[in-house]
Design a protein around this ligand. Sequence first.
Ligand code: ADP
Ligand code: MG
Length: 353
Amino acid sequence: MLFDERPKENREDLFDREKEIKEIMSNINRPLILITGVRRIGKTSVLKVALNELKIPYVIIDCRNLRPNYSRGDLYSLFSNALSSKLSTFLDVLSKIRGISILGNSVELKWKGREYVSLSDLFDHLNEKRIVIGIDEAQKLRGPLSNEIREAIAHAYDYDRNLTFILTGSEVGLLHDFLGVEDSRSPLYGRYYYEITLERFDKEKSQQFLRKGFEELSLKVEESVIQDIIAMVDGIPGWLTFAGNQYFNNKDLKKVKDIAINVALNEINSLISIKNNVSTIVAKRYRTVLRCIAKGMNSWSKIVNCLQDEEGSTISSSVLSNILNTLEKLSIIDENYEFLDPVYKEASKMLRN
Ligand code: ADP
Ligand code: MG
């Protein structure tokens, strides 16, 4: 079902993306592949479908819900969950590793004490088989243990020829920062990765997507509804799916729009607060800047003026530059101060201090 809101896993549920799936398949022998693109563009779906097509054993480490100050326990839990969900595939390898025990259907990993397993150990053992390790929303691994994780990936990159890492990231700037291939202090410095960037659907594809989705639900919709949805979400498949579903449920476009904006509003607020651990004053500034950009301020000077007007205060340019830089790394805006996601733009107009 096209309008199923979970990430797709099978090719028949995935609309288009043949090119990208092929690209992953033909580069699968590289050590490191990135799948990037704005939130809801279909990264997780493309990753899962490609892995299911490949018929190579894989695990997916799902970092989506990792807290910014995650603990070692949180990190190891992600690996434990991922490996537990694929227990039958990895049982033979895992049962030989010191620091790993299998209890019923679950894999327990020790991270301290005499018998513990480091991530590098784990990768070296997994390397006994040909395995793909997917890391979903890998930029969330930034933070306290990022160096250790980078070191483990760099070690595997150099020594574990049977492993391929596929990392996805919605916050593209942060993902690149996390890997640090251009940062001489990073263990991954100078390593090559193959990056696939998912683009939004054009108008025609978006139309086909919606028509097909509604057809599957046996709902007849007017062409104007299709056009209105496309105007609202601009070819981002996750929003097309969301809007299609919501419209099927309540047949009210205005309501669909309000709900989408609310979802986006919550996401923006949590991106701002998580990112900064911020004081309320800085969070407030982020909201003001976003509101200014959403109102069409698309140059440095316009944004400064707008921000200063709203705050009734002069603003240091390094502060503003920092905010804009962060918003760009979070893939909320691009280098031309435009929103990447039209629903985020609409939501930002409603941000309140
Ligand atoms: P991302 O990981 O980039 O945030 P997801 O893969 O989670 O995106 O997709 C977001 C939503 O859009 C999900 O509901 C998914 O099912 C749907 N979706 C994304 N791309 C496609 C596609 N090509 N065909 C069908 N559904 C898609
Ligand atoms: Mg995803």
